[in-house]
Design a binder for this molecule. Structure first.
Ligand SMILES: [Zn+2]
Length: 358
């Protein structure tokens, strides 16, 4: 039988723990009132592609509406301001701070996104995988068209994948329902030239042609984009490399050579930020970024920037093609941590459950 003190210890302990929880909640609520929320948004495209299974594109009018919502709830600032504004710097800001980024280097960033950014006077950082410049397509888009485009015969796709040993007969039943994800995952760690060769040959065999609207920037277009005062160009490796699958020397070469190519093509005096391809990174990648003197690097971990987030591991939300009301509800709830008025119909969340792009 427990002694009287031991007997009392249980409820007292519970009360103390409950009190601790209440206090922590109060501190969090108070800090939200005095410290501005900070969020980085990772876009890819402003376009309306026919086939977009990874939800990389936001339609132009919806992108415009999303910027209106961001302006109504905070201030859109250059990415470089975010690490400085984090920590106690937040106390100086009364309104939320938002930074816009675009990954990969799609031509529509110049032709469609930039005019909308100009209308809002909104700065943005565009992360370029330099090995993709001047190419007719990004391999993941052509693969998506092969795997999920309309008018493609699935049996021919499976046969083409078997021929190239992307899958084997024994696993057919398991992999066919998830064929796109399986093939994408198996390809992404290979050298870019090999991936492009395989995807091009499968596409040709099943009769799929790339849509020119999905193309990367040309070198000249990159120069035009970089010369715009609202735009900053950041690194995204040379080949859009899957860094966690590489040894440290290859990681260093991918990051350094991508940065060097940008310094040659679009020189700048400002320190250049970096985005981990696919949002995927490991300790070695962060160490490489640090030793190369990169000031800021972003992931695709879908959260708002926390007080303790390091400048080389900043999280990003990935907005999808949602209309103004559902974007605003999501922003208030997931980003600003505010209550949504009751009776408001919940729209689809704009954070994707699976992040394999970035
Ligand atoms: Zn990317």
């Amino acid at each position: 039988m427990p002694s009287r003190t031991e007997h009392l210890a249980l409820p007292v302990g519970r009360a103390v723990r409950r009190g601790g929880r209440v206090a922590r909640r109060a501190i969090r609520a108070a800090s939200r009132r005095v410290m501005a929320p900070i969020a980085i948004f990772g876009y890819h495209r402003v376009a309306e592609p026919a086939c977009d299974p990874w939800e990389l594109a936001v339609a132009p009018e919806r992108f415009d509406a999303q910027l209106q919502v961001l302006e109504a709830h905070g201030q859109i600032v250059p990415l470089a301001r975010i690490p400085q504004a984090n920590g106690l710097g937040r106390l100086r800001h009364r309104r939320a701070l938002f930074a816009l980024t675009f990954d990969d280097g799609y031509a529509d960033n110049l032709h469609t996104a930039l005019p909308i950014l100009e209308r809002h006077d909104a700065p943005a950082t565009v992360f370029i995988a330099t090995g993709m410049l001047d190419k007719p397509w990004f391999w993941w888009d052509l693969l998506a068209q092969v795997m999920e485009g309309p008018d493609v015969d699935p049996d021919r796709v499976v046969a083409a994948c078997l021929d190239r040993q992307l899958i084997d007969q024994a696993e057919l039943e398991d992999v066919v329902p998830e064929l796109h994800v399986v093939v994408h995952t198996r390809l992404k760690g290979r050298p870019l030239s090999e991936i492009e060769e395989v995807v091009a040959s499968v596409a040709e065999e099943v009769g799929v042609a790339a849509d020119p609207a999905d193309r990367p920037l040309t070198t000249d277009e990159l120069r035009t984009l970089a010369a715009h005062p609202l735009i900053q160009i950041g690194g995204h490796t040379v080949s859009h490399a899957w860094l966690p699958g590489m040894g440290v020397e290859r990681v260093r070469a991918e990051v350094r050579e991508g940065m060097a190519a940008l310094d040659e093509l679009v020189p700048t005096r400002d320190p250049r930020p970096f985005a981990y391809p696919y949002g995927a990174y490991h300790r070695a990648a962060v160490d490489v970024a640090r030793t190369l003197g990169i000031p800021t690097a972003v992931t695709t971990e879908p959260r708002t920037v926390g007080l303790r987030d390091a400048p080389l591991e900043l999280p990003r939300h990935t907005p999808v093609d949602s209309e103004r009301p559902s974007f605003e509800i999501w922003l208030r709830k997931a980003v600003l941590g505010r209550r949504v008025p009751s009776g408001v119909v919940q729209g689809p969340l704009t954070a994707r459950p699976v992040t394999i792009t970035g």
